[in-house]
Design a protein around this ligand. Structure first.
Ligand SMILES: Nc1nc2c(ncn2[C@@H]2O[C@H](COP(=O)(O)OP(=O)(O)OP(=O)(O)O)[C@@H](O)[C@H]2O)c(=O)[nH]1
Ligand SMILES: [Mg+2]
Length: 265
């Protein structure tokens, strides 16, 4: 299974962003801290035309600091400057703006800082902007495709361009597609449920930060599946509702209920 979900608005967003580069000082390229490499769109950088960019590793509250340090070191070795934040934290967003300020071209002396935020759906782009604006200017939700259009938001000295989440035209690696599904970056209706459930379980059963075995000590993956299905009422006499079970687990994982378990190594 390779994922082929690339609605027209995604291509349009990329093109519009590229055509607006002249009005942007620094691009904030937002990725999810639980899968920073898988959510780094391999085709996006070439649309920046050498404009400075900063990788914003968002949702840092959902992984451990040691993991983040390793990610930053690896990105730096790839010539990708980065900063880890939680977009819900004012202090983190302030620190991010300070770094972006230092990256602005010295040729542009007048006027405030102009930023754009780009990234795959559901990484927290609009949350970041709301935090900066200190009010809810942008709609936010834990599903993909919430932001529908490019929109400038003025916040004091900083103008910031919100954009709809974009995926890349063809996601070749099925595991990357599954991770996107788990993170809530693709539409529910195209989630490969069985594959997502297998992957997530495997991860939660084997990762040292996972709380699953504390919650269900001594049980195998299958036994845990059965137990959760039973507890949640997804179980009938001979089978259980796999989709309901997967949705329940995904919801828990997305909210950090099972520990600070990243999807990328
Ligand atoms: N745990 C955690 N959740 C966050 C953080 N930032 C954003 N979120 C949540 O992530 C979900 C998606 O946030 P949005 O700001 O709508 O994401 P977006 O990138 O604008 O999404 P699209 O507009 O659909 O592309 C929401 O449920 C946010 O509350 C963070 O730092 N930590
Ligand atoms: Mg948004």
């Amino acid at each position: 299974m390779s994922l082929n979900w690339y609605p027209g608005h995604m291509a349009k967003t990329r093109n519009r962003h590229q055509s607006m580069l002249k009005s942007i000082d620094v691009i904030l390229w937002v990725v999810d801290a639980r899968a920073p490499f898988s959510t780094l769109d391999p085709t996006l950088k070439k649309t920046f035309n050498n404009k400075p960019f900063l990788i914003v590793i968002n949702k840092k509250d959902l992984v451990k600091v040691t993991y983040l340090d390793d990610v930053k070191t690896r990105l730096s070795a790839m010539d990708m400057p980065s900063i880890a934040i939680s977009a819900r934290k004012e202090k983190d967003v302030k620190a991010l703006i300070k770094v972006a300020e230092t990256m602005k071209s010295s040729r542009r002396k007048i006027g405030g800082l102009r930023l754009s935020v780009l990234g795959i759906p559901n990484t927290g782009k609009s949350t970041l902007i709301n935090q900066l604006a200190k009010k809810k200017t942008q709609a936010v939700a834990n599903t993909p495709g919430i932001t529908k259009a490019l929109r400038w938001v003025e916040t004091g000295d900083v103008s910031i361009l919100d954009t709809p989440g974009v995926l890349w035209p063809k996601i070749e690696d099925p595991i990357v597609g599954i991770k996107m599904a788990i993170l809530g970056s693709i539409k529910d209706k195209i989630i490969p449920y069985a594959a997502a459930l297998d992957f997530l379980f495997e991860r939660l059963m084997s990762h040292p930060e996972s709380k699953l075995s504390d919650l269900y000590p001594g049980l195998s993956a299958l036994e845990i599946t059965e137990k959760i299905a039973h507890e949640e009422g997804f179980k009938t006499a001979h089978s259980y509702d796999e989709m309901a079970l997967t949705q329940r687990l995904l919801k828990g994982y997305r909210e950090g209920e099972f520990g600070k378990v990243p999807l990328d190594d």
